[in-house]
Design a binder for this molecule. Structure first.
Ligand code: A2P
Length: 270
């Protein structure tokens, strides 16, 4: 009798992770892509959190912190990633295909949570590049609209084509069956581009510092009295916006004490 062919053994998933199946991959540009995967019903998270995500490489988990793009009520999980050709994880992750297995850490965490902010009127979400990810989850979380009168989402990128999720934010969300009414007129999207012509140009820092974004949106100048801010972007952007906010009297909040702004330090750069 012929021996049955033996399928190559799949590496065992380490206990700290769920092994999930990729269901969708979308390449925005040669620098950014998104993917969706199945979600173990036992995985619980709060909008704004991140989890350790990655692949088994040489029998070991290779993971990085990734914010969930999908809202907590979504059946699947979605992530937005950069692609770095010599990045240990993203050089591999960018080639994943539907049906592949990805590792999803069982313990999401993070600081970009509404409960880390004191009550306020306007919630500002300031992002650059893939720093948009946690805000995609937060803008689809009904609790955010219960806490704030309005939500401003700033997204700064180099080129227009890097405005990931642009259509979902601008077109699909206001028409959404359950979220549409909540979002209409209260979610103010402010994309900006630095390296080619666009209706809004310049770095998020410059636009905040000069007051242009407030003027454009018809809002009062940024103040810790009524504004709350969440930041997620490169280290340099986080540091620059942090300095700008602290000069205006904003105080950083954390999981132990709420403040008037919060920032995410865990951010994938490779
Ligand atoms: P710029 O084109 O002037 O560098 P990246 O793709 O490199 O992460 O950049 C995403 C966006 O973040 C770009 O528009 C970039 O502008 C902008 N950016 C880079 N550094 C900062 C910073 N320190 N503060 C604000 N925006 C920044």
């Amino acid at each position: 009798m012929d021996a049955l062919p033996i399928a190559p053994a799949k590496p065992a998933i380490p206990p700290a992770f769920f092994g999930e199946t990729v269901t969708w991959v979308h390449h925005w540009t040669d620098r950014q892509f998104s993917f969706r995967c199945t979600r173990n019903p036992a995985l619980r998270f709060v909008a704004g959190q991140f989890a350790m995500i990655g692949l088994m490489v040489d029998g070991k988990p290779l993971v990085r912190a990734y914010s969930m793009v999908s809202p907590p009520w979504d059946e699947e999980l979605e992530f937005l990633s950069i692609k770095v050709q010599d990045g240990p994880l993203t050089s591999r992750l960018q080639h994943i295909q539907v049906g592949d297995t990805v590792l999803i850490g069982k313990k999401p965490t993070g600081t970009l949570l509404t409960e880390n902010l004191l009550p306020g009127k306007t919630l500002w979400m300031v992002s650059t590049g893939t720093g948009l990810a946690p805000f995609m989850s937060l803008i689809r979380e009904p609790e955010v609209y219960e806490r704030y009168e309005r939500v401003v989402l700033m997204h700064g990128v180099r080129e227009v084509k890097e405005l990931a999720y642009h259509d979902i934010i601008e077109r699909e969300l206001p028409e959404h069956e359950f979220l549409g009414e909540m979002v209409k007129g209260r979610l103010l999207y402010y994309p900006t581009v630095t390296r080619e012509p666009f209706r809004t140009q310049g770095r998020v820092t410059t636009l905040l510092d000069s007051g242009k974004v407030c003027a454009d949106l018809g809002l009062p100048p940024l103040s810790p009295e009524h504004d709350r801010v969440m930041l997620c972007g490169s280290e340099a952007m986080n540091a620059d916006v942090k300095a700008l906010l602290e000069a205006r009297g904003f105080v950083e909040g954390s999981n132990s004490e709420p403040g008037t702004y919060v920032l995410e330090k865990a951010f994938v750069t490779k």
